[in-house]
Design a protein around this ligand. Sequence first.
Ligand SMILES: CC(C)(COP(=O)(O)OP(=O)(O)OC[C@H]1O[C@@H](n2cnc3c(N)ncnc32)[C@H](O)[C@@H]1OP(=O)(O)O)[C@@H](O)C(=O)NCCC(=O)NCCS
Length: 210
Amino acid sequence: MEVDNKDYTGSKIPSAQLVYEGPVQPEYISQLEMSPDLHVFREPHKQHQALVDIAASSDGIVYIARHQNIIVGYVTFHNPDQYSRWCKHDNILELGAIEVSPAWRKHKVGKNLMKLAFTNPIMDEKIVITIEFCWHWDLENTGLDIWQYQKMLSNLFGSVGLVRVPTDDPEILEHIANVMMARVGPRVSEEDVKKFEEMKFCGGSIFNYK
Ligand SMILES: CC(C)(COP(=O)(O)OP(=O)(O)OC[C@H]1O[C@@H](n2cnc3c(N)ncnc32)[C@H](O)[C@@H]1OP(=O)(O)O)[C@@H](O)C(=O)NCCC(=O)NCCS
């Protein structure tokens, strides 16, 4: 089905022209342009470089939605941040960010990116987590309030099997709208699942977990 849409210049283009691809190599990302309205996390040129760096790192995985030579959406995965408790688990992959150009939103680009990423067999061997901090949410462009936005993200990540995870991680507890979600891949060992369960509540400090 073709859906009419506008690109960032205001021209009408059919969303069927989008190409979804990945994992993409850093050299390939470098050759492409970044849509200038991809600036939720940082300025587009910095985010472009961040995608290159993630794709170049040993643990990084990047998927993109592309219109001609322009990146209009992306999702990234990498090992958890070294300051978070989750990095103390050997088998966790963190969904770092997903962003779709406002001109392309609400046309399943986000869901298609997630769907493609979860065809990668590595996802079945990992515990994939995402930590959603509400201060990153684009309330202005979506017109959603904080709870509607949280619901929208739960729907998006739930579409590939992530579920809400209760935890006492202090970063998540910092705001009641923050949310953690996870998917335990079917090939994750019982030992890794047990360790993950133990890490959810470990006294509010990463230093309490060995
Ligand atoms: C979150 C984001 C990636 C979603 O991208 P998208 O391409 O619009 O997502 P989809 O079109 O696949 O929509 C996913 C679901 O959310 C719903 N949705 C998306 N935007 C919505 C909106 N503004 N209002 C109501 N529902 C919305 C869709 O209807 C869809 O649900 P459905 O399949 O049941 O109909 C996009 O809004 C974005 O880039 N936001 C800024 C960055 C961000 O917040 N990232 C998440 C934190 S890392």
